[in-house]
Design a protein around this ligand. Structure first.
Ligand SMILES: NC(=O)c1ccc[n+]([C@@H]2O[C@H](COP(=O)([O-])OP(=O)(O)OC[C@H]3O[C@@H](n4cnc5c(N)ncnc54)[C@H](OP(=O)(O)O)[C@@H]3O)[C@@H](O)[C@H]2O)c1
Length: 252
């Protein structure tokens, strides 16, 4: 039976594969037939993800994506073993809630390097000869915070907004090379990151975030479904876009 999301025969590199949304993307991609290169810092937690995957041929790559300068060579060495990559998903990210008066430049640098700089380096790495398949799709994890405001998350929001802009310009620059570039912008999904952010909020504030999602809070699979669509041939005419997946959060 025809499945427009089928990923059989494709290899996809996923950062943030050890937890939350990135982990669920890996599980779904494996169910759709892809071979997955699992990337994050913790080999133990990557092994936990690997244990949940369907199929064979997946690969664990413990790597710190804050080493942006090393990313292109590292990707070359991966592709030399896996064959060309049909997709790259940058789900690795960090978040902190901090008001402007105590926002430290060093923290800002970390945030921009991991959330945004690594996305640039991964895309640069993918372009290299032998690394990308003939048709390739890149998906960055932005956030609803890229398109609406919330107190205390200005730096995080800006790092996610930068990805939206990056995707538009790179989509134009790389279209002739067969590379599509898109973002997903999730609303609140209870992962480790979201639970940590909630620790700083009152019960009332948490309730108001929940109430802002008319369809309720999302599940990791809701976001993974959209990522799979953007990686698959079903979205072959879509590039430079940001797909908001938020249960209605941003339509207020
Ligand atoms: N959950 C939400 O509500 C939500 C909403 C909107 C957007 N997002 C975005 O979605 C993405 C995934 O979020 P999540 O909720 O799944 O977060 P999470 O559970 O905290 O997972 C974050 C992932 O990033 C990896 N990571 C962090 N720093 C890294 C580094 N320097 N090098 C390599 N990997 C690194 C972590 O692995 P290690 O610690 O093992 O390195 C982990 O796998 C993030 O970009 C986040 O901003 C999440």
């Amino acid at each position: 039976m025809l499945n427009p999301l089928d990923m059989t025969g494709r290899t996809v590199l996923v950062t943030g594969a050890s937890s939350g949304l990135g982990r669920e993307v890996c599980v779904l991609l494996s169910e759709l037939g892809a071979k997955v290169v699992l990337v994050a810092r913790s080999p133990e937690r990557l092994a936990e993800t690997a244990a949940r995957l369907s199929g064979t041929g997946h690969r664990i790559e413990a790597f710190d994506v804050s080493q942006v300068d090393a990313i292109p060579e590292w990707m070359k060495s991966i592709a030399a073993q896996t064959g060309p990559l049909s997709g790259v998903v940058h789900a690795a990210g960090i978040h902190f809630t901090v008001p402007l008066r105590v926002l430290q430049p060093a923290k800002l640098d970390d945030l921009m390097r991991i959330n945004f700089g690594a996305a640039v380096a991964l895309t640069k790495g993918l372009r290299q000869k032998g690394v990308r398949a003939e048709r390739t799709s890149v998906v960055y994890f932005s956030s609803v915070m890229a398109v609406v405001g919330r107190q205390g998350v200005s730096a995080y929001a800006a790092s996610k907004g930068a990805l939206v802009s990056l995707a538009m310009s790179l989509a134009l620059e790389l279209a002739s090379e067969g590379v599509r570039v898109n973002c997903v912008a999730p609303g609140h999904v209870r992962t480790e990151m979201a639970e940590k952010a909630e620790e700083l909020l009152s019960a009332e504030q948490i309730k108001s975030i929940e109430d802002m999602h008319p369809l309720g809070l999302g599940e990791p699979r809701d976001v993974a479904n959209a990522v799979s669509f953007l990686l698959s041939d079903a979205s072959r005419w879509i590039t430079g876009q940001t797909l908001v997946i938020d249960g209605g959060y941003t339509i207020h």
